[in-house]
Design a protein around this ligand. Structure first.
Ligand code: PEP
Ligand code: MG
Length: 590
């Protein structure tokens, strides 16, 4: 039995068979033709040719099936045609043949070496760097044939498993077959990565940032993933399995209890009403968000229209997604955030390669400086749907008044065009901004005079204030939302909004963590937007506290000198308020 610790990102306890996604990346050490004779080399060369033909056939039949089952569109099918062509590449065949006959290298070693050198060349070219995973796919297929290992894709699963991977991309997470994948653990990743956020919206128990995870698992072992405490237990003994089964049942009971208060208002014991909104990536999530008790959408992350491998969306695609969202909301508000591309988010084709992507030409900067056409196209779609419901525009990553003014000028230009064409839209549409860069929080008094609302994005505000990459597991401990510097900036933002009389909400992941409800309500925050799966537990927590206590709590939090002191204080009180969620395993869920 082995215990590993990581970062808990989605609550829940799962026990099952480990399925190691990374087993597909075979490592090949130097091997030689045996015996080193021309006849043996001939045999090995024939084996390579056979493996190549089989790999090509495998791609073709997978492609046929995917197209038949409509899992691939015409454009995504092209990716696999590209894979097929690599198996016919004469330069690869020539290299392998020479190495096998002249140096007596085994074909698997020769093809690995060749593909590794191609990988190095591609890595140096930004546009090709995005294709490296295609190269992995080709290499894996070749080696599976040569090494005789059966390819076991996620799509072929036919049993419950717990996925173990070095990392998962947001798109992989969005496409996990939940019928069989009960939970996952990864070696990389952080709490506010998009992988974690999607996992939350899909409610799949998960732990990320588990150091050394893939080195100690071969696949097939029994594992426990405890998304409440951030534990991964490998080969648990029967006593531990029994203990965790009990913990699992207790947690499921707790979820059933939450179910009962789903549609009750989030109101403190002394009558302070907090409105709860949901953060979404896809309009399809709206039904479950509303079912979980969301009163609207406080953050719609539209960059998910740029999912990897898909062509750039046109105005109609934007429009279709937004009008679907408006329809599903039936009059409830929808805050559409304009494209926040780059860094940890999706990067479209041709996105420049930068040394510090988090500080680079991303998000609103990309829209204003490089792709105004893309920005205007999105704004047209948003404005068109604004005629159909309560739609608001939110600009991400604003760091100065100039940016806000330029964005507003562009919005006015798009409005003018629509007006001239007689296309209806809401003339009074609200234009708000995310406060997620420290300069925006510090200038909140100025920005409040020019924005219709603020939404505080603590995921990035913490990252930029503390200079800690939000998706880097190595510095995850330094990513401290309870840092006094963060609270000061949040307080300053709220005060500026209040003085100017504009609404302010919070949409970072911390709003979905019940123990933050005390300081946030204490700061006077009455609109919270969060991943929908966290809504019921935040409601339950808010219904157990009083605004009076919340006010006292924020005074105490603001008096703390370190993040750890604030966090300890909040967690201690949270344990008293909701022992079922916050108590230690021994006291509560077991
Ligand atoms: C944030 O930064 O807090 C936020 C809500 O936006 P995102 O997580 O999409 O960057
Ligand atoms: Mg952000």
């Amino acid at each position: 039995m082995k215990f590993l610790t990581g970062i808990p990102v989605v609550d829940g306890v799962v026990i099952g068979e480990a399925y190691l996604l990374d087993t597909e990346n075979y490592a090949v050490t130097q091997r030689f033709v045996h015996p080193p004779t021309p006849a043996a080399a001939e045999r090995e060369w024939a084996r390579f040719q056979g493996a190549t033909e089989n790999a090509k056939l495998a791609v073709a039949s997978e492609l046929d099936e995917n197209v038949r089952e409509k899992r691939l569109t015409d454009s995504t099918a092209k990716i696999f045609h590209g894979h097929k062509e690599m198996f016919d590449d004469p330069s690869i065949a020539k290299y392998v043949r020479e190495r096998v006959f002249e140096s007596y290298w085994s074909p698997e070693y020769a093809v690995s070496r060749k593909l590794n050198s191609i990988r190095k060349q591609w890595s140096a070219i930004p546009i090709l760097r995005q294709r490296l995973s295609d190269l992995d796919d080709v290499q894996n297929r070749w080696l599976q044939q040569l090494l005789g290992k059966k390819r076991e894709g996620l799509r072929d699963l036919d049993r419950d498993v717990i996925l173990i991977a070095r990392d998962l991309t947001p798109a992989q997470t969005a496409n996990l077959p939940l019928k069989w994948v009960r939970g996952f653990a990864t070696e990389l990743g952080g709490k506010t990565s998009h992988t974690a956020i999607i996992a939350q919206s899909r409610q799949i128990p998960a732990v990320v940032g588990v150091n050394g995870l893939t080195a100690v698992l071969g696949g097939g072992e029994t594992v426990i993933v405890d998304g409440l405490e951030g534990q991964v237990i490998i080969d648990p003994d029967p006593g531990t399995v029994a203990q965790y089964r009990e913990r699992q049942e207790k947690y499921e009971r707790y979820l059933r209890e939450l179910e009962e208060l789903r549609l009750l208002p989030a109101e403190t014991r002394d009558g302070a009403r907090v409105r709860i909104f949901a953060n979404i990536e896809y309009p399809e999530e709206i039904e479950s968000a509303v079912a979980a008790g969301a009163e609207g959408i406080g953050l719609y992350r539209t960059e998910f229209l740029y999912e990897h491998g898909r062509p750039e969306p046109d105005e109609e695609e934007h429009f279709r997604a937004y009008s679907k969202a408006v329809d599903l909301l039936g009059g409830k508000p929808l805050v559409i955030r304009t494209l926040d591309l780059g860094a940890d988010k999706f990067t479209p084709e041709g996105f420049a390669d930068e040394q510090n992507p988090f500080l680079g030409c991303r998000s609103i900067r990309y829209c204003l400086l490089e792709r105004r056409d893309v920005f205007e196209q999105q704004l047209r779609a948003i404005l068109r749907v604004s005629a159909m419901g309560d739609v608001r525009i939110m600009l991400p990553m604003i760091s100065s008044l100039e940016e806000l003014e330029l964005a507003k000028k562009i919005i006015e230009g798009v409005k003018l065009g629509l007006r001239e064409q007689g296309v209806p839209f809401n003339e009074e549409i609200l234009v708000g901004i995310m406060i997620e860069v420290p300069s925006a929080a510090l200038m909140a008094d100025v920005l409040a005079r020019h924005a219709d609302f603020f939404s505080i994005g603590t995921n990035d505000l913490v990252q930029y204030t503390l200079a800690v990459d939000r998706v880097n597991a190595r510095v995850a401990e330094l990513y401290q939302p309870t840092h006094p510097a963060v609270f000061r900036l949040v307080l300053q933002t709220i005060e500026a909004a209040r003085r100017q009389g504009i609404p302010v909400s919070i949409c970072g992941e911390l709003s979905g963590e019940p123990h933050f409800a005390l300081p946030l309500v204490g700061l006077g925050m009455r609109d919270l937007s969060m991943t929908s799966s966290t809504i019921p537990r935040v409601k339950r927590f808010i219904r157990s506290i009083s605004a009076l206590e919340a006010g006292r709590t924020i005074d105490k939090v603001l008096a703390q000198e370190t993040a750890t002191e604030s966090l300890d204080m909040l967690l201690l009180r949270a344990q008293e308020i909701d022992p079922e969620l916050y108590g230690s395993p021994a006291e509560s869920l077991t």
